[in-house]
Design a protein around this ligand. Structure first.
Ligand SMILES: Nc1ncnc2c1ncn2[C@@H]1O[C@H](COP(=O)(O)OP(=O)(O)OP(=O)(O)O)[C@@H](O)[C@H]1O
Length: 263
């Protein structure tokens, strides 16, 4: 049975000046699942994420998180909803003057009343999850870009969020380091059970981690489908995206599967 819908965009419209970016965008995210939003550069994927985070308000339509319309609620209600969010953006934005440990502890110190002993237990658990046990006393400048992303992931997870938003989480990393981030994402999601919304260009790799893939093209969501359905879709925008980003191998898989359907 499908889990409950916890994020819902209903006919969302957004323009910046005379540039319309989103036109009646509809999208749903179910609890415990991973949604990946794909699309060409500049289509508005990050703008969709910012609507979900309550950082941008739609010109029209609704953005519901846990059933609450966050575009039309009070600041304190929005703050309450955001307590259940974790965020990992392209620029991890660690504080250079703080150690790795203090960077991860920061949300706990700012937003909870936990004792230092409780904070230590939580941060050490996250450091271990990210294979960063020995890096707690280092400063961001002393660790690699891949490690910095892992610190960012640890910090995003430290408040045990129910929804984690990732905007191009592997930007700037080589293949091995980006695989490592995805491995840790997969592991921590299995352990912590959070819902994930990911904007990524890592196609087709990212499909292996997703329950649903949504293509944003021509200002609209062209389909929110399982990775398998997505690769076989007849929607012309999706077809064109699959062919240009995934190459002929997927066309032949498509032909192969329709061949099996016939026999
Ligand atoms: N605050 C803003 N003010 C003006 N224009 C904006 C603002 N935010 C986004 N835009 C415009 O909206 C469009 C979509 O931007 P967005 O960053 O969401 O695209 P994207 O699909 O995430 O692209 P990429 O894959 O390159 O990151 C762009 O033309 C961008 O310049």
């Amino acid at each position: 049975m499908d889990s409950e819908i916890i994020i819902e965009l209903i006919n969302v419209e957004k323009s910046f000046g005379s540039q319309k970016v989103l036109d009646r965008v509809n999208l749903q995210v179910r609890r415990g699942t991973t949604l990946v939003i794909v699309g060409a550069s500049g289509q508005g994927k990050s703008v969709i994420l910012k609507h979900m985070l309550g950082l941008v308000r739609p010109d029209a339509g609704q953005v519901k998180v846990f059933g609450k319309d966050i575009a039309n609620c009070s600041k304190s209600e929005l703050k309450e909803v955001r307590k259940s969010f974790g965020v990992l953006f392209q620029n991890v934005a660690l504080f250079d003057s703080m150690t790795v440990y203090d960077n991860i502890a920061l949300p706990l110190r700012e937003r909870t009343h936990l004792s230092e002993a409780e904070i230590r237990a939580n941060v050490e658990e996250k450091l271990a999850m990210m294979d960063l046990d020995k890096a707690g006393n280092k400063f961001p400048a002393q660790i690699s870009g891949g490690m910095q992303k892992r610190v960012g992931l640890a910090r995003a997870l430290v408040l045990d969020p129910s929804i984690v938003f990732f905007d191009e989480p592997t930007t700037g990393l080589d293949v091995n380091k980006s695989n490592e981030i995805y491995r840790l994402f997969y592991k921590t999601q299995a352990q912590l059970g959070y819902t994930a919304v990911i904007v990524s260009h890592d196609v087709p790799k990212i499909f292996k981690l997703s329950d649903h893939v949504a293509l944003l093209a021509n200002k609209q969501i062209q389909g929110c489908l399982t990775p398998e359905e997505f690769q076989l879709s007849d929607n012309p925008h999706i077809r064109s995206f699959v062919e240009t980003t995934m190459g002929p191998i997927y066309s032949s898989e498509r032909e192969e599967s329709s061949f099996y359907e016939k026999i």
